[in-house]
Design a protein. Structure first.
Length: 497
């Protein structure tokens, strides 16, 4: 599907979108169409009980002789409240409605809002961004999908008086969307397609964007003393890997990098502490943290961000077998600290322990942010609405919270502290990998904190936000690509030259 920006002239297309604000205030083009069609729009609003609320749509057959088959009147809500995220949502709603409608070409009259805090170029570009995000569809494994279900739209023209600036803005957003959609693809692929080795191969594709990709083998990780990570993968026929991505976009080569670390459990059966069968198939998404890191690196490189960034992803498969780790095993992490593995299903923290230590030790980064589908308890606390953040640094949390609001990937800070930390003390080792019955997301975070020293650090538990059972305005149900936009925005706001 092609998206382009064109000047404000009445186009030839299957479906033409015009906008209306609250209280039936017509945009300039809506007014023009209303005139040409002898009051059709006004009358339809009236008889259709259409107020112009955000996302409300009425669908009209255009009069003959217009080179347009249908006119869709789309509500934008209160003009003064229109912002980037709101516009993305409108774009998403439009394409969700028309994607498989049978229409092939659509045009959208993106008249510059007069009262909003958003320019004409921003309006047009963020519409396009929302369209691109919502258009994503994972259909590669359908071999006999009915034509009526297949996407029909091949071209979207967005009419704006700011063509050049909209194109420029969208060129960047388009690169961020590349990262989001790449992450969604990775998360949606099943465990027999994306396993540590194939995943590492896929990440190597990023070298086309100027990202250096290093892959550690099991032997190399053994050499480094990563027993915590290797223990998780030892029951799997697949070799574990750690992949390190480097993007050096800063003017200053020696500028300290920012660092992102991701949990990449390509499938989580629970290991010997086997999960119940019902719904286990969803555990292919247990590499969602790593996918967010990969997608964010892709976005940063794609839009040539002026920052030095490293992305580290720990790729393992958690399987039960005769070689699998047992409950009760004690492993020595790269940090030297020992861990009693009470439950082999609390594997994400084991993998991250070594990835975090390695990252801080080797790169001395400005900060480390890790992302992980770490605990079911996160869903109990925050459902699918917010990701929980856990941190040793107030400023980084504030920056992340602000970025999250701006891109609609919200985070909520959770408490940490000594009282929670002692819940993971072990009787026979430095710590155990599970706490008690309660505060499961916090004790998991406390565990991770034992593997970071003084570096500013945030752990983001995306167990609830990486995968959704219902669609949103910018994503169909399933993988969301959560985290890519968040990290990109954090860097854009605070860490570029
Ligand atoms: N990957 C899961 C966390 C998870 C569970 C995410 C359900 C989304 C939905 C993680 O590896 C896990 O199994 N965690 C356990 C920890 C427990 C054994 C302390 C959990 O949350 O049940
Ligand atoms: Mn698990
Ligand atoms: Zn897991």
């Amino acid at each position: 599907m092609n998206i382009n920006f064109i000047k404000n002239t009445l186009p030839t297309c299957d479906a033409h979108m015009v906008f209306v604000y609250t209280d039936r205030q017509l945009s300039a083009t809506a007014e023009k169409i209303d005139k040409i069609c002898e009051g059709l729009v006004s009358r339809a609003m009236e008889v259709g009980h259409f107020e112009g609320k955000s996302g409300q749509i009425i669908d009209l057959v255009a009069p003959a002789g217009l080179h347009i088959n249908r006119v869709l009147v789309v509500g934008l809500g209160d003009e003064a409240e229109l912002d980037e995220v709101g516009v993305q949502r409108i774009g998403g709603k439009i394409i969700a409605r028309l994607m498989s409608s049978g229409d092939e070409t659509i045009s959208i009259a993106a008249d510059t809002p007069k009262k909003a805090n958003i320019s004409g170029a921003e309006f047009a570009a963020h519409l396009a961004y929302g369209i691109r995000l919502r258009r994503f569809r994972f259909d590669k494994y359908f071999t006999r999908e009915a034509d009526s279900k297949k996407p029909s739209v091949t071209g979207v023209s967005i009419m704006t008086s700011a063509v050049i600036n909209a194109e420029k803005l969208f060129a960047e957003l388009d690169r961020i969307a590349d990262g989001v959609l790449f992450a969604r693809d990775l998360v949606t692929e099943p465990g027999n397609v994306i396993y540590p080795e194939s995943y590492a191969e896929k990440i190597k594709e990023l070298s086309d964007l100027g990202i250096d990709v290093e892959v550690l083998t099991e032997d190399e990780m053994e050499e480094l003393g990563m027993e915590a990570l290797l223990g998780v993968g030892q029951g799997s026929a697949c070799e574990s890997h750690m992949v390190i991505m480097h993007w050096n976009g800063s003017e200053n080569e020696d500028e300290q990098p920012v660092a992102f670390v991701g949990k990449g459990v390509t499938f989580d059966t629970g290991g010997i502490s086997l999960k119940p069968g019902a719904g286990m198939e969803d555990m292919k998404f247990d590499m969602g943290g790593s996918a967010a890191v990969v997608g964010a690196m892709m976005a940063l490189a794609g839009r040539n961000a002026r920052v030095n960034a490293v992305g580290v992803v720990a790729l393992v498969e958690n399987m039960p077998s005769s070689t699998a780790q047992r409950p009760g095993d004690v492993v020595t992490s790269m940090s030297g600290q020992t861990i009693e593995v009470i439950n082999t299903d609390a594997e994400g923290r084991l993998v991250l322990a070594d990835a975090l230590w390695y990252t801080q030790d080797r790169f001395k980064p400005k900060f480390i942010i890790d992302l992980a589908t770490l605990t079911g308890a996160m869903l109990v606390a925050l459902a699918h609405e917010y990701a929980g953040i856990f941190s040793n640094n107030d400023e980084l949390c504030q920056n992340l919270t602000k970025a999250g609001k701006e891109v609609d990937e919200p985070v909520w800070r959770m408490p940490m502290g000594k009282v929670y930390d002692k819940m993971i003390d072990s009787k026979i080792a430095d710590m155990k990998n599970v706490g008690g019955k309660y505060a499961g997301s916090i004790t998991a975070a406390q565990f991770l904190q034992r593997f970071v020293n003084d570096v500013p650090w945030v752990h983001i538990d995306i167990a609830g936000t990486a995968w959704k059972t219902e669609s949103s305005d910018v994503a169909d149900r399933g993988a969301t690509g959560y985290g890519v936009r968040l990290l990109d925005q954090l860097v854009r706001n605070n860490y570029e030259d």
